[in-house]
Write a protein that binds this ligand. Structure first.
Ligand code: NOJ
Length: 543
């Protein structure tokens, strides 16, 4: 039986504002993406996930949609999008869109109508509720800090719900009309030829009740809106009533997911797969995420190993637009920079599940070194800094330093580094919406394409290997006991098996399995030494 595309191909996430600016206005755009399709094809990519491209006031960089049927003019037009679909198809690349349906922008027509007129049917598209005396309707807090209720202007004691910023009011999935609106959006894009959707904060869309939440510092109230039965019902209905007419794919962003729930999303066909976040926060303090924890490879290896076999199919990733760069967090920016970028790439590309690569990860792009609060764009980073300075006796500068080391999303959103010309070739020199990382002269696509030993060319080789190897796509994943700095596992089908050994540390480590006489099919280093793994050395042996 033919494998479904999402189980067969590598997915590459594009953050459109930062990918390639074709008209030199400082913002990436759809024409820019079209101009780089050959680059992606050359890398071996089979599916692109586009972070939101819809019309949006960009309060949360597109995760605040003001019109689902229109394209953000900064990025282009609907005909540019049609062109992108056509050009991608020519190269046998599928397109996955971001589906942001937990909330809209406060500038969306539905919300504007709801604000204007108490009796409008759109009021019931959202959650409007009277406060309790002088307090908001309940004690829930918003993801980016503060209460998740905002007062409705010019109305006595009336509030609306927003789990994210106040410019992102939550939609009400108890309302049949909202479900119908979503079905229409899905059909509109599927009819255009879109392959699937990455569903933003999808396990939070259904609010079972608006009662007070149990005491918690973060996500207070989540027992009323996370992984609710109603969420499964809505998604399975979307599947049956809209999606099943197409060959399509849904990957969910599912915060604080646990294995049983994750598997339930797959078993009920609510989603095809999902992202877990255990490993994403492994370099931060569990209770106060803006406090950095000294990274140890086992913090990354353990949760990734856990999820490999905890569910039938996982969305495997190290980076996305909400995370810091993986080499900066889990690898080495210094002496072993290139080795660590390759080792992390090898680890990712050897896992079971759908592999997601984030733009620039294939080049080993790094965090900013010198971003200031004033230069920062991330609404979350800013609001966390403001809250931190309110509740802790620290200066803004220090709060930003902490945030920058742990949760600032700007690091991943810096413009893509294409070459060593002005602005890293992102555009022709116009001021960019977020500053270009100053390391672009050393880290850029042009340089790496020309260097056979580059991170890019290593990714290309590893992707080609995986694209042609069924065992790595869906063979068994068998974890092996090893030194805690080493990720050691077997990938296996009835026909073949491979041993993967990856040192994720700066240390040279003894390992009896390292043997130059075994058949090495992929490795980060050219030379190998019997029984020794060099710093960040990774190998795959055919058994
Ligand atoms: C998750 C998205 O990945 C993030 O960028 C966004 O801010 C929130 N959801 C709200 O939509």
């Amino acid at each position: 039986m033919e494998r479904k595309a999402f189980k067969d191909r590598i997915i590459y996430q594009i953050y459109p504002l930062s990918f390639c600016d074709s008209n030199n206005d400082g913002y990436g755009d759809l024409k820019g993406i079209i101009s780089k399709l050959d680059y992606l094809k050359n890398l071996g990519i089979g599916i692109i996930w586009l972070s939101p491209i819809y019309k949006s006031p960009l309060k949360d960089n597109g995760y605040d949609i003001s019109d689902y049927y229109d394209i953000n003019p900064l990025l282009g037009t609907m005909s540019d999008f049609d062109e992108l679909l056509k050009e991608a198809e020519k190269r046998d690349i599928k397109i996955v869109m971001d589906l942001v349906i937990n909330h809209t922008s406060d500038q969306h027509y539905w919300f504007q109508e709801a604000l204007k007129d108490k009796n409008s049917k759109y009021r019931n598209y959202y959650y409007f509720k009277e406060g309790k005396g002088k307090k908001p309707p309940n004690n829930w807090n918003a993801a980016f800090s503060g209460s998740c209720w905002e007062k409705v202007p010019n109305e006595e004691n009336m509030y609306y719900l927003h789990l994210f910023t106040k410019e992102q009011p939550d939609l009400n999935y108890h309302n049949e009309e909202v479900i119908n609106e979503v079905k229409n959006i899905l059909k509109f894009y599927l009819d255009k030829g879109v392959y699937g959707f990455r569903c933003d904060v999808i396990n939070e869309i259904y609010k079972t009740s608006l009662d007070d939440g149990k005491f918690r510092f973060f996500s207070r109230g989540k027992e009323h809106y996370e992984n609710q039965d109603g969420c499964f019902e809505v998604l399975t209905r979307l599947r049956k009533e809209a999606l099943d007419h197409y060959d399509t794919f849904l990957v969910g962003e599912t915060s604080s997911i646990v294995p049983d729930m994750g598997q339930k999303f797959i078993d009920t066909r609510a989603l095809d797969t999902f992202f877990e976040f255990d490993h994403a926060f492994c370099a931060s303090n569990k209770f106060i995420p803006i406090f950095k924890k000294k990274f140890k490879p086992k913090y990354l290896i353990k949760p990734i190993f856990k999820w490999q076999n905890a569910v039938s199919w996982i969305g495997a990733y190290l980076e996305n637009h909400d995370q810091l760069r993986s080499v900066s967090r889990f690898g080495d920016e210094g002496k072993y920079y290139k080795e660590s970028a390759k080792a992390l790439g090898l680890f990712l590309l050897s896992l079971k599940g759908t592999i997601f690569i984030y733009q620039g990860e294939e080049l080993g792009m790094l965090n900013y070194k010198d971003l200031t609060f004033e230069e920062s764009d991330d609404c979350m980073a800013k609001s966390v800094v403001n809250t931190a300075t309110h509740i802790l006796p620290i200066t803004k500068k220090f709060a930003f330093k902490l945030v920058n080391e742990t949760v600032n999303r700007d690091h991943a959103r810096a413009p893509m580094q294409w070459d060593d010309s002005i602005n890293g070739g992102f555009n022709n020199g116009a001021k960019t919406w977020l500053k270009v990382n100053s390391d672009y002269k050393n880290i850029n696509a042009k340089e790496e394409l020309n260097d056979p030993d580059s991170t890019f060319n290593f990714y290309k080789k590893a992707i080609a290997f995986r694209n042609n190897n069924d065992c790595f796509k869906d063979g068994e994943f068998i974890p092996l006991k090893s030194n805690s700095n080493i990720a050691k596992f077997i990938r296996k089908t009835a026909e073949e098996s491979y041993l993967c050994v990856i040192n994720l540390s700066k240390k040279e480590i003894k390992d009896k399995d390292i043997d130059e006489n075994k058949q090495i099919v992929l490795s980060t280093h050219k030379k190998h030494q019997k029984n020794i793994l060099k710093p960040y050395e990774g190998l795959i042996y055919k058994l």
